[in-house]
Design a protein around this ligand. Structure first.
Ligand SMILES: [Mg+2]
Ligand SMILES: [Zn+2]
Length: 194
């Protein structure tokens, strides 16, 4: 048996805005504008209990636009991790792209730079992992590395729901929200054990 392979762990890669917290067309520029959905902690607790690494992969071009500082974004993420830990769940890693769409970096979704870095850092078994997000970019990013993908309907871009049928790649699953997505993963786990 491949020893390296047995050491691998599974992950749920998560988009941030519109998936864990309410998104805004004006960007999230401070901790005061960051509002978790009321079920996010429960959803992350389910995934933590199932043994997943919960890893955020997020585009934060508000940084490149100088609408928020690195210090403030780190503050938001520290508060997020603390709030989640308080309910017995864990966010194991946060990878954000600070660049603008025109910067042509390798880490802005749908590019897979940040996702590949997380896969290396945590020695992730992609075949056992999921990507959850509210936009086409998230589905593209997850599918590009071979994750199963779950689209959640909690984003602010309602056009994405209308065009969903034409997407290529299409999400493997569609859930109302992050809690339903976590319950779906729980179901898949249970069936695998039967
Ligand atoms: Mg989003
Ligand atoms: Zn980037």
């Amino acid at each position: 048996m491949d020893h390296q392979n047995t050491m691998k762990t599974k992950a749920v890669f998560l988009d941030r805005d519109g998936t864990l917290n309410a998104d805004s067309v004006h960007y999230i520029k401070s901790a005061d504008e960051f509002h978790l959905f009321n079920y996010t902690a429960d959803a992350l607790r389910i995934l933590t209990r199932l043994g997943y690494m919960n890893i955020l992969i997020t585009n934060q071009s508000a940084l490149g636009r100088n609408m928020i500082t690195v210090k403030e974004i780190e503050n938001i993420h520290l508060r997020l991790k603390t709030a989640i830990r308080r309910v017995g769940a864990e966010i194991h890693g946060i990878y954000y792209c600070p660049h603008l769409p025109d910067d042509n970096c390798e880490c802005r979704k749908p590019k897979i730079g940040n996702l590949e870095k997380a896969i290396r850092d945590f020695n992730i078994d992609i075949g056992k992992s999921f990507f959850i997000g509210d936009s086409f970019k998230d589905i593209q990013t997850g599918a590009a590395v071979g994750c199963r993908t779950i689209f959640v309907r909690t984003g602010i871009d309602s056009s994405s729901i209308k065009t969903l049928k034409k997407w290529n790649p299409r999400p493997d699953f569609i859930a109302e929200n992050l809690l339903e997505a976590a319950q779906l993963i729980e179901c898949i786990e249970r069936n695998r054990d039967l």
